[in-house]
Design a protein around this ligand. Sequence first.
Ligand code: ASP
Ligand code: MG
Length: 405
Amino acid sequence: MAIIVQKYGGSSVADSDKIMAVARRVVSTVKEGNQVVVVVSAQGKTTDSLIQQARSIAKNPPKREMDMLLSTGEQVSIALLAMAIDSLGQAVISLTGPQGGIMTDTQHTKARIREVDGARISAELAQGKVVIVAGFQGVTNTNDITTLGRGGSDTTAVAVAAALKARVCEIYTDVDGVYSADPRLVPDARKLDEVDYGEMLELASLGAMILQPRAVEVAAVYEVPIHVRSSFSQESGTIIREVNVVEREISVTGVASDENCAKITLVGIPTDVSVLHRVFSSLAAEGVNVDMIVQAGTATPTADLTFTVTREELETALDIIAKIQGDQDWSVVCDEDVAKVSIVGAGMMTNPGVAARMFAALDEESIQVHVVSTSEIKVSCLVPRGRYQDAVRACHRKFELTNGN
Ligand code: ASP
Ligand code: MG
């Protein structure tokens, strides 16, 4: 019997009617002859309200306690869903992350799954039960509850699917698949039938927040196929798997954007790598993620270093830099009025001129570009925040993504 992992996000379990609808879908998957493990998120905006509640008490609450609080959201939805499935006459059991064997490291509020001990889940499946596992949470080897970062239920689902060697990990959400651009920005964006892991990783980490990027990383390593689909329809969505890009004629698959970035520039730092080294080691030690990095000014004794961080981490990053700076003779400027727009496609590797075409699209719209970064499968430009939507539309048009370029 094949094992199928189904993950339902917060909007899919937002109220009792929706929970019943999920229960019916789970039961019909069982009736089709599958063993089913369900991973659920907290209902609707529960996690947001818990965060607000915490902030109304303390500006910077201890992260361990934050995890203790946030993990309650998922515990509510697993219990309710179990009751709904039980009411349909199907044997079922709900398990918290710790009970489900989700072992993590100790980085509270953004822990990483170290291992999934699937013994309990397998034993329950063997007894003919549907197993519901709380998403987004796990436990350290010292028995403390952790959470996996926003959107972490996706990663729980993929990790469980990998551990159980499931046939597929279905991610049910309120959109019907992955699109060539955010359909709210580009109404004629196209639904993609399949996307390569590498592409999805870029699309996910570049703001098309359909999947937590970590989930895609885990899926790629363990070769778990992911099917992103709507919980409100029977249509098939987008399959994320290893795609043979050599045979692919399309060079650009999608355009992604990310508003959650801030630019920091260190002006006039020495060109030896001492400052770079110290700044990036300290940021890494505090878990601050750094993105686009550019250093310019090679023929002079000093250089300017520009990089981006998320807006939430800007304050922390500036504090860290201020400590390193001390009374050294360079300065720091930052700009929150930026957004990142990227074209993504595994077919780009073998296709020169893609970046040129992107710049042409931006130039035609007179959109300023602050920073450019490239990889084998993407070109990203940091643009003024006020123009990023135009930039997305311009690139989508230029690469004719509505029809598949
Ligand atoms: N409930 C968590 C969040 O809102 C985890 C998830 O939804 O995947 O981020
Ligand atoms: Mg999500």
